[in-house]
Design a protein around this ligand. Structure first.
Ligand code: NA7
Length: 540
């Protein structure tokens, strides 16, 4: 039992929800600080997104060497694990998470197969009471949802979907023992990072793959390969410097913008695009800073991408169907691992469901608005997630005065720094709060920065006899105004994706859900709001 300054006993100092990168990071670091913590995980194992997303072809888009816990988490572990491929596959990541959990004996503080039903704040006691679907009830001084921004599957409400007779799975609910696609006609719906990973992998064995696409995404080659032993060792040697540099770049990656597209001559620009294209990976996203806000600059990237698609996809009609129309970098560009070449296979076909939407699913087919039926034996829904608010709103979170989080966020999410919401004291949204810079930032880089900010505050509160903190509404408004000013100066509001929400009114831009001002500026704001340095929080 731990005790608050009110002498009300809590079962734990902190309860953390979710055993992905963020949950495991803060669990371990809370333990380092001598605090008691419990972690609830709905799945049966560790890994978070990498536990759930076990669909064929699942792998990271960040280079594996920076998509892992850093020396902030553990000085030794960062140099022990040797990544096998440039981008880790889901099985390798799951092995990594299990290795980390075993090495640090994290499982003793985790309840698996445990889904949080409600979290209710008692202002008098300054405690959160957490009740799980499994019936357990526990109290904690700090409540740390680390549920990820993309963990609530978006399953389309196509009429008849439940009557489909073959296997039908959302990508985040793919069966653990897999599916044998040999001889099967497979329908894949959705053209984000997930859909473009599934199609080439399934096409290797399936009889046929039909890819149903509404709005094509922008793809950049990954150029995955097995890493040479010497390179892995050299990276381990330099990892502290690499990660240190990465923390100061726009995206938390070990590279940054070269300059602006419009200040670069057409020949040099083309050479930069081409060089990055050949290297593969996310460097392509961080070539020219002005593509985010200038249509003219953006068009230079779009022209390059259109030309590549024309060259890579043999059938012009198919090439047309996968050529994006949304501006570049206004939604998450996935990496390409053989998607365009898969479209040249005889057994892969693209189906346009923008012009001709899905009307219904029958027992053995997908029927489109014009009556065409595409027979299928298996349906894979790569249809994304209810981003940011989906998972949080499925937990009955009630703050001061019994206020539901869903009520406070009814018109739009309200928070400070994407980390804390007024009226919800001591609730820290780690890597899952709206307006955080997750989509633009290497995941672990942001997670570790946010977690350390939270831990600094917890230590400050404990050291100074405070039982609770929450942001002022004025701080939230100021942060949101800055967020909106930056986001609305970019082209992002033009595109519907998991980065945006429908506009509130006819004359308003779409609400951008992610911080678009870059990781260094976000980190600077967090530093300004660091423990004990700010009056943006009310301390009790
Ligand atoms: P995304 O990137 O959100 O993509 C979802 C895709 O599913 C996208 O192409 C959507 O088309 C499509 N979609 C969603 N609902 C429907 C319906 N009802 N009908 C047809 N098509 C639909 O999710 P992913 O899982 O691919 O990737 C998520 C993130 O994981 C990714 O950004 C990386 O960070 C890793 P739309 O564009 O809305 O027309």
């Amino acid at each position: 039992m731990t005790t608050t300054s009110h002498s009300v006993e809590a079962d734990y100092d902190a309860i953390v929800i979710g055993a992905g990168f963020s949950g495991l990071y803060i669990l371990k670091r809370l333990r380092d600080l001598g605090l008691s913590a419990r972690l609830y995980e709905a799945g049966s194992g560790v890994g978070g997104a990498w536990y759930w997303n076990r669909y064929p072809g699942a792998r990271t888009d960040s280079d594996s060497m920076i998509y892992c816990f850093s020396e902030w988490f553990d000085e030794d572990l960062v140099r022990e694990w040797g990544w096998r491929e440039r981008y880790s596959s889901q099985p390798e990541l799951e092995r990594y998470f299990n290795w980390v959990a075993d090495r640090l004996d994290l499982r003793r503080d985790i309840d698996f197969d445990t889904r949080l039903r409600s979290a209710v704040y008692d202002e008098q006691a300054a405690l959160w009471t957490l009740t799980t679907e499994q019936g357990s009830v526990a109290t904690a001084r700090y409540f740390i949802p680390a549920v990820g921004a993309l963990s609530d599957p978006n399953v389309p409400d196509f009429p008849g979907l439940a009557d489909f007779q073959g296997p039908c799975h959302h990508s985040a609910q793919f069966p653990k023992d897999g599916i044998d696609f040999a001889g099967k006609r497979v329908a894949v719906i959705g053209n984000g990072a997930t859909g473009v990973q599934i199609v080439p992998e399934v096409a290797k064995t399936a009889d046929s793959v039909r890819h149903f696409i509404r709005n094509p995404c922008h793809l950049v080659p990954g150029r995955n390969h097995v890493l040479a032993e010497a390179d892995v060792e050299a990276t381990k040697e330099a990892i502290t410097e690499i990660l240190g540099y990465s923390r100061n770049t726009f995206g938390g990656f070990p590279y940054d913008f070269l300059g602006t597209a419009l200040d670069t001559s057409p020949a040099e620009r083309q050479a930069a695009y081409q060089k990055s294209w050949e290297q593969g990976g996310f460097t392509f996203l961080f070539l020219f800073a002005d593509v985010l806000a200038s249509r003219e600059a953006n068009d230079t990237t779009m022209d390059f991408l259109r030309e590549k698609i024309r060259t890579l996809v043999r059938d012009p009609a198919t090439a047309g169907l996968v050529t994006p129309t949304d501006p570049w970098l206004t939604k998450r560009p996935p990496l390409e691992h053989g998607y365009y070449s898969a479209l040249n296979r005889d057994n892969v076909h693209v189906v346009d469901i923008k012009a001709n939407p899905v009307d219904a699913v029958t027992s053995n087919a997908i029927r489109l608005a014009d009556g065409t039926e595409h027979e299928a034996d298996v349906i894979l829904l790569a249809t994304g997630f209810d981003s940011y608010t989906g998972s949080l709103s499925k937990i009955a979170i009630r703050g001061r005065d019994e206020l539901p989080l869903t009520a406070r966020w009814a018109d739009r999410p309200r928070n400070h720094l994407g980390l804390m919401s007024a009226k919800f004291p001591n609730m820290f949204m780690l890597y899952c709060g709206p307006y955080n810079p997750a989509p633009f930032t290497n995941g672990p880089t942001l997670i570790e920065q946010q977690a350390e900010w939270i831990l600094d505050w917890i230590q400050y509160l404990d050291a100074n006899g405070h039982v609770a903190m929450e942001p002022t509404e004025a701080a939230e408004e100021e942060f949101f105004a800055l967020h909106s000013e930056i986001a609305n100066s970019t082209l992002i509001p033009e595109t519907s994706s998991w980065w945006t929400r429908a506009a509130a009114g006819a004359d308003e831009p779409r609400l951008v859900m992610s911080w678009a001002g870059g990781f260094p500026e976000y980190r600077r704001l967090c530093d300004v709001n660091a423990a004990g340095k700010t009056d943006h929080f009310v301390l009790r």
